[in-house]
Ligand binder design. Sequence first.
Ligand code: FAD
Length: 471
Amino acid sequence: MNAAAYLRPQSIAEVSECLTSLPEAQLLAGGQSLLAAWRLGLCMPTHFIDLQDVPDLNDIRPDDDALWVGAMCTHAQIAHSPLIVSQFPMLGALARGIADAQIRNVGTIGGALANNDPAACWPAGVLAVNADIVTNRRVISADDFFQSLFSTALQDGEWILGVRFPRMAWARYLKFEQAASRFALVGVAVSRSMKGQVRVAITGLGQGVTRWAAAESALSAQWHVRTLNNLDFDAAAAQTDIHASAMYRAHLVSVLCRRAVAAETGESAAMPARAPVVRAETMPAQARIQGSQLLPASPAHVWRQLLEPAVLQLCIPGCASLTLTQPEHYQAVVKIGLGPIAATFETQVTLFPELTQTSQTPVRCRLVVSGQAGALGEGKATILVQLQAIEDPQTQHVSTRLDWQATPEVTGKLAQLGNRFMDATARSLSQQFFNRFSAALSGDAPARGTSFFLYALTVKVKQWFQRFFER
Ligand SMILES: Cc1cc2nc3c(=O)[nH]c(=O)nc-3n(C[C@H](O)[C@H](O)[C@H](O)COP(=O)(O)OP(=O)(O)OC[C@H]3O[C@@H](n4cnc5c(N)ncnc54)[C@H](O)[C@@H]3O)c2cc1C
């Protein structure tokens, strides 16, 4: 975690000035996403620009026939606003369903929209009514604002002042929650304008909020649940991850959309009886991450180093100790930061090398890692590692291409934050491991107890001298 200065501007103009003069600074609203990402080293702002003293960002008020909600309004404020509860009930219900009371009391609508998390509720609610996002520079319609996951139309130096919600004849948001975080596994917002135009916005599919055009035109023509009977949401627009398959998510879209419409029309939301559709998709049981690394040593040497506890201890990020308990079985203590939790894992690592009949150097190896972080929960991963010799035809020097594929999973309390950041965290930790391992292979094996940074510096200086004298 890097150091960052803390600024507390007192006006909208001052915030805009700070953003222009400090390009690496980040706005801080409730810190619910930003501080967790910062702690994980996923962002490194030079400054936090805290918005909480800026006047006029907390207003909820009528704006002609629309509703104005300031960017710093918390989910709880929106959930309990009498104006919203009585006249814009979809927004109140959406806010009441976000996470838990602690997060609702601090998390803001501005932060949620700027973050554009692919499983967040606000992007669906805002897109379903095509609200205007008002920034310090312009007004952006929701149709133009959301670009893809974690990405919006906000430009450098631009920030959200508030949201203008148009009045609808009717709107409803329903979500099927991911049990640990309460983020949307799938969330569907349906709205009907005064002129009968229907919009359907969906969150939780994996690639950011999107609309369901076929349902919109069918429901605009005929406002009945049965209009949806022959419509299936296309699973190709959804993603498979550790929580759900694309097909399951697509099914949830249909179910939630039908329930939302039924809540207004009074019809049954039950799915029509239809012959089961045979689908080609086979669902991978869990999400995978993968990578590739070119290592400056032969496969035999790489393999020897992978079995060397002293090398492993220095290369595994956060590894406080590592002991060989029996051949190819290790026990380690590893400290990993997961959001606001710094977890210490008591870890078991078992290697299952795959040998060929002709060589003692394995071509493939499966590593089964399981770690227990006390009452916080458990982390598990199966990592497949494949080594392939690559010979330089000019120098005959042999290096190794190492391909890896991991299926990580965290459970228990850790899953609340861990699963949501797992992909990025696993990537970052794996990259650190292979960078260190690559450095270790370039030089001598590090001695037990050597500081890795001292060791890496020694290797770099050695390489520099070698290159200098080769010239
Ligand atoms: C465990 C957990 C469960 C959650 N469950 C849900 C859920 O069910 N549904 C849901 O919708 N959300 C959910 N959230 C998200 C949460 O409600 C917050 O809305 C979200 O994390 C943003 O937090 P924040 O407002 O504190 O913004 P911050 O974390 O302070 O900021 C987030 C990002 O927005 C930027 N930013 C902040 N304000 C502005 C602004 N005015 N203009 C431009 N950029 C800005 C920041 O620089 C940062 O990049 C959950 C979060 C957690 C941690």
